[in-house]
Design a protein around this ligand. Structure first.
Ligand code: NAP
Length: 247
């Protein structure tokens, strides 16, 4: 199997995941681009990755579904070889609202994608990385895990707090096996996700409360993810980088 560095990035068809895919490709990694439904966006990222001279596979899988996740990792094994890096980036949020107006169904949907998805992918990755005694996992959390996102999406914030705790606990469990697990906490980053919350212009509206007085770019988050995943961060585990302009 290939000795080339490789990475599986969940939710890599758009936003932060897509920029992360381009950056890993720039650094010579073979890339697995996972997406849920937007084939056109995913195919466009695949072309961007291939143009950088590395292998790229597209895998359609809903990370909240165990069967999809198992199939995705089996496809990775077959096509790209021994897994070196996992980036758990796929995440969703829903319409801004007070917590009392959030339905139980929505709460479960958000937690299933953001937490169960991360959990399922971490398990598959650790099974493989344990055999190699090496590997790196980066989980994409959010500053919402600390703020709680009142009047917007407490469900989303709670899911990201769970991702933080899972990241820390798993990092300590697997540290002696040579597997590093870290997280990033983006603040307000200009991507499609805000439209899903009902406010496409949310980053521009809130720029004034950011100490750096601007929103972040997906490529700025990708840089931190790449650093944590790379050998440059060889003594870093169970740690988090906030990418939020000081917020
Ligand atoms: P985005 O632009 O909305 O992109 C979301 C990506 O996740 C898409 O590729 C989407 O695939 C994929 N996805 C959604 N549900 C999925 C599922 N069940 N299975 C597999 N893939 C799924 O979001 P983003 O802003 O880049 O956010 C990426 C991550 O950063 C998320 O975890 C988010 O919570 C976190 N974050 C973002 C911000 C921000 O301000 N943007 C701030 C803090 C944290 P399709 O294209 O197929 O729909």
């Amino acid at each position: 199997m290939t000795k080339q560095n490789n990475v599986l990035i969940t939710g890599a068809s758009r936003g932060i995941g897509a920029e992360t895919a381009r950056l890993f490709a720039d650094k010579g990694y073979s890339v697995c681009v996972n997406f849920k439904s937007n084939v056109k966006a995913a195919e466009s990222i695949r072309q961007d990755v291939l143009a950088r001279g590395v292998d790229c596979i597209l895998v359609k899988a809903d990370v909240s579904k165990p069967h999809d996740v198992a199939n995705m990792f089996e496809t990775f094994d077959r096509e790209l070889g021994e897994l070196r890096v996992l980036v758990n980036n796929a995440g969703i949020l829903r319409q801004q609202s007070n917590m009392v107006d959030i339905s139980e169904q929505r709460f479960s949907e958000v937690l299933n994608t953001n937490v169960v998805g991360c959990f399922l992918c971490c398990k598959e990755a650790v099974k493989r990385m344990s055999k190699l005694n090496s590997g790196s996992i980066v989980n994409v959390s959010s500053k919402a895990s600390i703020s709680g996102s009142p009047h917007e999406y407490v469900d989303y914030a709670a899911s990201k707090a769970a991702v933080d705790t899972l990241t820390r606990g798993l990092a300590l469990e697997v540290a002696a096996k040579g597997i590093r697990v870290n997280g990033v906490r983006p603040g307000l980053i200009d991507t499609d996700i805000h439209a899903a919350g009902g406010e496409p212009g949310r980053v521009a509206r809130l720029e004034g409360i950011i100490p750096m007085r601007r929103g972040g770019k997906a490529c700025e988050v990708a840089e931190a993810i790449f650093w944590l995943a790379s050998g440059q961060a060889s003594f870093v585990t169970g740690s988090f980088i906030d990418i939020s302009g000081g917020l």
